[in-house]
Design a protein around this ligand. Structure first.
Ligand SMILES: NC(=O)c1ccc[n+]([C@@H]2O[C@H](COP(=O)([O-])OP(=O)(O)OC[C@H]3O[C@@H](n4cnc5c(N)ncnc54)[C@H](OP(=O)(O)O)[C@@H]3O)[C@@H](O)[C@H]2O)c1
Length: 236
């Protein structure tokens, strides 16, 4: 039976490379993009027959419903939902200088968007033999690692707290799903040089970042209810 994966925010960066890697493993991959032109461009540059474009703006409930309908016309099950779409709008802004609008903007996409994606696509993921939901997170969202200095020097209240909230929903959904599935877990690729961080030098390439996500997504090991970096489980 064909395996299906949906990766949001996949017209560039880590998501784009995750699509390529999953397609090379014979998944039929839905490449999520909010901008039609950027989505088409990504599809063309990949040039893979088993990748198709699905327009989705995860901050817009109607757009999520349209994406659901489109995917449901192709398949009755979704083996992998990779909630990769995300934004960081507060690089170089101290918490005391952060505008509440920016804080809301980050939560709107990273937290509320991911939440609505999970709720909407759950019926399709539940129909897969071993459905999995993977939420992108960051070690800066681990309160333990941020507090003890293991997550680096950045103090991005907006981005980090929205991803801490994503961790919280990962845990909450995992408790609801229990042993019966689907599996849900969070993964951080670690510092990866992409548009998200203004292409800051010294990070992994998007392909290297994506490999960490895809390895966990395809792993035989069950990581239900955990958050992970490339070395394994990280603390909340
Ligand atoms: N880069 C890192 O060091 C790093 C580290 C840890 C975690 N992460 C996480 O990895 C994920 C991918 O990030 P990246 O580094 O690859 O960033 P990126 O290159 O900026 O890509 C982000 C993607 O998300 C899309 N997106 C943004 N808002 C959206 C919305 N409302 N609806 C749908 N798509 C939306 C963007 O679309 P547009 O092109 O239209 O803007 C783009 O395709 C994010 O969740 C990020 O938090 C990244």
């Amino acid at each position: 039976m064909t395996k299906y994966a949906f990766v949001t925010g996949a017209n560039k960066g880590i998501g784009y490379e995750a699509v390529r890697q999953l397609a090379e493993k014979d998944y039929h991959v839905f490449l999520g993009a909010r901008n039609p032109e950027l989505g088409e461009k990504a599809i063309e540059s990949l040039g893979l027959p088993n990748v198709s474009l699905v327009l989705v703006d995860i901050s817009n409930a109607e757009s999520i419903q349209e994406a659901f309908k489109q995917i449901q016309e192709v398949t009755d099950h979704l083996d992998l939902l990779i909630n990769n779409a995300g934004i960081a709008v507060d690089f170089n802004i101290k918490p005391s200088k952060l505008k509440v609008e920016a804080l809301r903007q980050g939560f709107d996409v990273n937290f509320f968007g991911t939440f609505q994606m999970i709720q909407s696509f759950l019926p399709l993921v539940q129909k897969a033999a071993r459905g999995k939901i993977v939420n992108l997170t960051t070690d800066m969202a681990s309160q333990t690692m941020f507090d003890n200095g293991e997550a680096g020097p950045l103090n991005l209240l907006g981005y980090n707290s929205s991803k801490t909230a994503v961790n919280s929903l990962t845990l909450a959904f995992s408790k609801e799903f229990g042993e019966n599935g689907p599996e849900i877990f969070g993964v951080t690729p670690g510092f990866t040089t992409t548009d998200l961080n203004g292409n800051a030098p010294g990070g992994k390439t998007p392909a290297e970042g994506a490999e960490i996500i895809v390895d966990y997504a395809l792993s035989e090991t069950n990581y239900h209810g955990k958050i992970l970096n490339k070395n394994g489980i990280i603390p909340w």
